[in-house]
Write a protein that binds this ligand. Structure first.
Ligand code: MD3
Ligand code: FE
Length: 236
């Protein structure tokens, strides 16, 4: 993807789909891909997901049957409102001992389910599109928001190499994402994220505070009353 040179990231452009091997199925056939670098290093790819809803549902079902969604406890002792699971070599976990990545699901003692190849390819393709070549995610956090669930402002810094981007994929109900600054107290920009949107966060955006406002009630025609976010990271 071309970088919008300066000008506070307002330029937008439509583009062809990046490769011919992606299949437009029952999901986004009517949606034009719209790309925007809305802040330095933060790229929004609207409608970038091209797997069908049935493929996504089946892949999620396989993973969540093996490693079910759970509400983890923060080091401060609060239960998170977001239900979480993981796939890939490393899974993000939190409990009274702190935030960290674990190669095993603490609930089962088994490794996390493998990351589906189409998910890895999607994340890699989105990163490449935004100038991050050779992104090889080794972790995918699955966040499930029911109405009212939220994620307060935080930084993602349990990863080793901050030159690697993070790729996030939104599924189901829309949400309002908060994109803050280098300090928690910095004013946050509100970015609405809808089903099929992919965001790539790298470079100067990588360590910015971010969060998700409480999910508004609603019904997505396929995913029902929930939002699922897939967050792809390179941990080691
Ligand atoms: C911006 N999840 O799990 S992913 C998280 O929608 C998390 O579930 C959110 O933040 C969600 O840690 C948003 C988007 C995201 C991830 C990492 C970032 C945005 C980011 C790192 C820097 C800046
Ligand atoms: Fe985060």
């Amino acid at each position: 993807m071309r970088c919008c040179s300066g000008k506070r990231g307002r330029q937008r452009w439509r583009s062809e789909r990046p490769t011919g091997d992606l299949v437009t199925a029952d999901l986004f056939a009517d949606q034009t891909l719209l790309e925007e670098e809305f802040q330095p290093g933060a790229f929004l790819l609207r409608g970038f997901v091209t797997s069908s809803n049935s493929q996504l549902t089946a892949q999620l079902q396989v993973i969540l049957a093996e490693a079910s969604l759970r509400h983890m406890r923060t080091p401060g002792g609060f239960l998170m409102s977001v239900g979480m699971s993981n796939c890939g070599a490393h899974g993000w976990v939190t409990d009274r001992r702190g935030y960290r990545y674990d190669p095993q699901d603490p609930e089962s003692g088994r490794p996390w389910p493998p990351m589906p190849a189409p998910w890895r390819d999607l994340a890699r393709g989105a990163a490449a599109r935004c100038g991050f070549a050779h992104f090889e995610p080794d972790a995918c956090l699955i966040n499930r928001y029911a109405p009212g669930a939220r994620m307060s402002l935080h930084q993602d810094k349990n990863e080793r190499d901050f030159t690697q981007p993070i790729v996030s994929v939104s599924i189901g109900l829309p949400a309002v994402f908060q994109f803050g600054g280098a300090l928690r107290s910095d004013k946050a920009l509100r970015v609405p994220l809808a089903h099929g949107d992919v965001v790539v966060w790298g470079g100067p955006a990588r360590l910015r505070f971010h969060g998700v406002l409480p999910l508004k009630d609603g019904q997505h025609p396929v995913f029902g009353s929930q939002r699922i976010n897939l967050t792809f990271r390179r941990v080691l």
